[in-house]
Design a protein around this ligand. Structure first.
Ligand SMILES: Cc1cc2nc3c(=O)[nH]c(=O)nc-3n(C[C@H](O)[C@H](O)[C@H](O)COP(=O)(O)O)c2cc1C
Length: 214
């Protein structure tokens, strides 16, 4: 698929054909593409938990169930996914990497970090997996894990304490899904979001050259 088409088609899909599993070679492609993501200091402090077996997937949904969420219908739709990839970040890998001589933050002080790059990088990796799924004609949806359920999730899958689940990608062949009510918000206008030259000024957008459409 053309890259522009992947981006045009990309959206979160929350219902799948439960009888059509994702072929192993596509699973391999999805997870290996995650490793192509950029990472601060090339730390690569991430980990991916791949769940394909029905028992494992059931354990995922049971351990991450938010008892305070009254709407289980959306979860029932999502749980038709034959593949779940949980993307986890490992902060300690970054603190170790940046304590190395070429970086020099030997105090391992988290105040050096403007934002948690371990989570940023894991998010980039999840996006690459999401786009790979679209490119392969699959649907996928990235979801967060409810904070109170994280200890139960870790226990259910033997996840070491230094790994934090950033989110889970459900993947499968698309079924007719229900559009999220959030989509009524629409995309924000480019001019509200993109600032040329300075934030609040009348900065100028670069002109397209040679007839390239703007
Ligand atoms: C960090 C993050 C967390 C999200 N968590 C959820 C979630 O828990 N449940 C859900 O249905 N969608 C979740 N989404 C998907 C968003 O709702 C979705 O991306 C947004 O509504 C825009 O829709 P689109 O991606 O289809 O364009 C999440 C997306 C991101 C980036």
């Amino acid at each position: 698929m053309e890259f522009d088409d992947v981006l045009r088609r990309r959206r979160m899909i929350r219902q799948y054909d439960p009888d059509r599993s994702v072929p192993p070679e596509i699973i391999d492609k999805i997870v290996t593409h995650a490793l192509r993501a950029p990472s601060a200091g090339f730390s690569q402090g991430w980990g991916f938990l791949v769940l394909t077996e029905p028992d494992d997937r059931a354990r995922f949904w049971a351990s991450t169930r938010d008892e305070d969420d009254p709407d289980i219908a959306w979860l029932a739709r999502l749980s038709t996914a034959p593949l779940i990839v949980v993307a986890l970040s490992n902060k300690s890998v970054y603190l170790d990497r940046y304590a190395e001589p070429d970086k020099g933050w030997t105090d391992r002080d988290e105040a050096h970090w403007p934002v948690p790059y371990w989570d940023v990088d894991t998010g980039f990796a999840a996006l690459l997996m999401h786009l790979t799924a679209v490119n392969e004609g699959l649907g996928s949806c990235f979801i967060g894990l409810p904070a109170p359920t994280i200890p139960a999730f870790r226990a259910a899958f033997g996840v070491p304490a230094e790994f934090t689940p950033v989110g889970a990608l459900t993947v499968g062949y698309r079924a007719d899904d229900k559009r999220s009510p959030s989509l009524r918000r629409g995309h924000r206008p480019v001019d509200d979001v993109v600032h040329y030259g300075r934030w609040a000024g009348q900065g100028r957008k670069p002109k397209a050259e040679g007839g390239v459409p703007s």
